[in-house]
Ligand binder design. Sequence first.
Ligand code: PSU
Ligand code: MN
Length: 310
Amino acid sequence: MTRDLSARFLDIAPEVQTALRQGAAVVALESTIITHGMPYPQNVQTAREVEQIVRDNGAVPATIAIIGGRIKIGLSDEELTWLGTAKDVLKLSRADLPYAVSVGRPGATTVAATMICADLAGIRVFATGGIGGVHRGAETTLDISADLDELARTPVAVVCAGAKAILDLPKTLEYLETRGVPVVGYQTDSFPAFWSRASGIPAPIRLDSPSAIADLIETKKALGLEGGTLIANPVPEADEIPAEEMNNFIDEAIGEAMQRGVVAKAVTPFLLSRLFERTSGRSLTTNIALVKNNAALAGRLAVALSVSSR
Ligand code: PSU
Ligand code: MN
C-alpha cells in the first residue's frame, strides 16, 4: 500500500509499525470473535490472553477493528475493552468495510475483512477460531461465507481450527479447492471440525512444522499464485468435544435458527450463542482453548516467515 493510502485510512499501532518496518513477526487478530462470537467478559479476557500468547511465541499481535472511520491495526487496552462491551458494533465483511469507514460507524472485522486490513498493513499471518464456510442447506439459501472468496484472493495465511461444525464441511472444502486455496492440516491427516479434532474428511495437505508451512507460502508467492493459505490446527485433545456429542446440539440449534427465521450475518452468532447455552458453556471453553492454540501456531509461523524472507 502506498504511504498516502496508509495515512488516509490506517492507524497502525507504533509497536506494530516498528515490527513491520524491521521485517519482524506480526500476527493479525480479528474482532468479530470479540463482538459477535463470545459473551462479555470472556471475550475481552480471551482477546488479551491471545495477544500475550502471540508475544510468548515471538511475534507482535495486531488486533484489527474499525473505530471512528479509521482502520485500527493494533488496539489499545481501552479500545479492546470498549469494543468488547459496546452495543451496535457492526459485523464487517468485505461488502461492509467501506461503509463503516466512510460513515464512521464502529465495526468488528470478520475473517474476510481482517485479511483485507492485514494485507493493507503488510501483515502476512492471521489467527482466528474457525473460518466461515458453506452453510448446510446452501443449495437453497446460497449462504456461503465471504471468508472463502477472500482466502482465494488475498495473500494472508489464516490459522484456524478448521471450519465450524455448524457448516457443511465437505462443501466448504470443495469450494476452497475450486477457488485454489491450499488447505493444510497441521500435524493431522483429518480436516478439524472446530470443537472436535477430526471431521472424518481428509485434510488436503498435511504439514508438520511452521517452517514447512512457511516454505509452502513462500513457494506459492514465488509461483505468482494469488490468494491466501488456510492452516487447520486441531483443538488440543484435552479441550475437544467429540463430534458425535456436538452434532445433536448443532442439529437442534440449526432447527431453531430456521424456525425463528434467522438469516444472513446473524446465523453464525446465533448458532454460537445457542450452542453455548445448550452445552452449558462447554462450547465456549473449547472455543477459547482453540483460539489460544491457533495464536501460538500463528506466532511461530510468523517467526518462520520473517526468517525465511530475510
Ligand atoms: N471464529 C470464532 N468465532 C467467531 C468467528 C470465528 O471462534 O465468531 C467469526 C469470524 O469473524 C468469521 C465469522 O469470519 O465468524 C463467520 O461469519 P459468517 O458465517 O457470517 O461469514
Ligand atoms: Mn453467511
